[in-house]
Design a protein around this ligand. Sequence first.
Ligand code: GLC
Ligand code: GLC
Length: 650
Amino acid sequence: MYNSALHHQINRSLQEFDLDISGRDNAFYARYLTNAADILSLYTKLYGHHPRGMELFTGLLGAISSAYAKRDPVLQQKDLQKPEHWFLSNKITGMSLYVDRFCGNLRNLEDKMDYFRSLGVNFLHLMPIFKSPADESDGGYAVSDFREVDPRFGNLEDLIHLRREMDRESMYLMIDIVLNHTSNRHQWAEKARQGDRKYQQFFYMYDDRLVPDSFEQSMPEIFPESSPGSFTWVPECEKWVMTVFHHYQWDLNYTNPEVLIAMLENIFFYANLGVDILRIDAPAFIWKQLGTTCQNLPEAHTLLRLIKQCVLVACPGMALLGEAIVAPAAIIEYFGSGDYLARECDFAYNATQMALQWDALATGNTKIMLAAQHEILRKPYGTSWITYTRCHDDIGLGYDDYMITQSGFNAYEHRKFLKEYYSGVFHGSPARGALFSVNPKTQDARISGSLASLCGLEKALQENNVQQTELSIRKIILMQAHSFFLGGIPMLFYGDEAGYTNDYSYLNDPAKSYDNRWMHRPVIDWEKNRRTAQEGTIESRIFSETSRLIALRGELPMVADHRNLIWMSPHNIHVAGYMRSEKGRILFCLFNFTPQNALLTWYAFKEYGPVSSTLYDHWERKSHKIGKDHEHMVLKPYGFYLLEPVWETE
Ligand code: GLC
Ligand code: GLC
């Protein structure tokens, strides 16, 4: 409904800027008016009862107006030119990397453009580069200044320079906004520590254990080994502060609208650097309420929807990725629901599928993967996944127990097997990983380890076992292929393209030794990476097959994420099969998750309507004649096919 008071408020917030709302800036003004009612209603839902809520709403509008006014006209132009769902394309492939561990600093990254080009990567996720205390940084996720680049990486000028260089290469950029917490050395935390009431209200601070104790009754611990509990004592101000992650990461209090506005300004600051996708770190945690797990609360979604609508007005070219690594049904909620369906986060990590790939690889069985698809497929049109096999974090076996039970396994025993398998404890396991954050009370644990080590390459090389080396390389490529073709933007983790095994040097660094996720965050040795170009080396095998997969993806329009995925009937439970289609073209993607040959009846291809007599495999570049139903196609150990029906032209 039209709200003239709101319209006036918007006009007032624009007054101080030199905008041409009937001309050049008209599209922005129209977006503002279209979305303002939603912005107000989402804001009121959260802050309607806050004593200063409505007074501070002016500050929110001010932040939006000023963000647009300060936006580089080139970016404003790009906002208008980007097709609505630009990110569903099959032509974007990303890599996530630590700038310092990859190549030292931001300037050096500019010299790596050839490397990205030869691999086919045109989208970079730079792991946190803003200021963070070296000794207590959580890999940069404890931010002490949201606007200053940490001198370790360079400075803001370098980032802007890199952005321009990436533009020339038509590359996309992603960085993080660490929304849930700040470092305990952020100036807000420093002021709170010194007793400043205003800033104490930026955090959850309590004089005694009363509230913290009640919170802790229902809040699961995130790092039970290295940072047990969810509160930390601050002796300077004699208060307990909420610290869900590490004791040096103070949770921001979003029940205070000033916190939201301040963080929204930081979001706009990143948007105006030319960020294409903003990774919202740990969004599941941003709202807390006594008596709950303090994860995935409805208010967290309201907050994200509010942020999304503000971004849509000021900088619509920037998409949002919600890093919600939670249960399958809970992840889907980050795409929005009800009136806000597909109007919350544009992206989420397909963490369920990622974990299920590891499940299938260990068990050689795809049942649980299939049992989870009804949840994963609920993703609304116009939103997309980041698909991946590994990232900087641990692998959590976060899918539901019922999915395991339905598949005929005991959930506790099954998870126990997976943990033992990947930590290499299980007899005969080829994997070399480790358990992360074992909870002594529940025995819950997640898994650390690099793609190559978890796939057996580390052990095979140590034992000089040629056959196992071959199998592990096949597993690496199988895992990548399975995630590349599923729909969404594949995100490689740096080092995986060259087969990096675990790096144990973190154990000698006291700032890292308490956190074994560092074992899979390698320091790149460019001598080793040069071998990616030397035929016959393991590095070149993995690199060239990875890059061929990326190139193939780009050539096959069926792979774009247009809600065009169907899981094939499981005629052989060891084989995962899905079908992608687009404008009459079909791609059957089939993956053998076992170390033996797997047979698949040719009938498998005939269930989806008329089929040609020939299938062309884009991977091995070979044609296969479709046989009779009682005959089989053979998939090699950890082999896969990317098959397109070829119709004979008359
Ligand atoms: C996210 C990051 C993880 C970090 C945590 C706390 O989950 O991916 O690395 O430890 O947030 O910021
Ligand atoms: C965040 C992620 C979780 C991860 C943790 C630490 O909480 O949601 O999956 O295990 O960070 O890495």
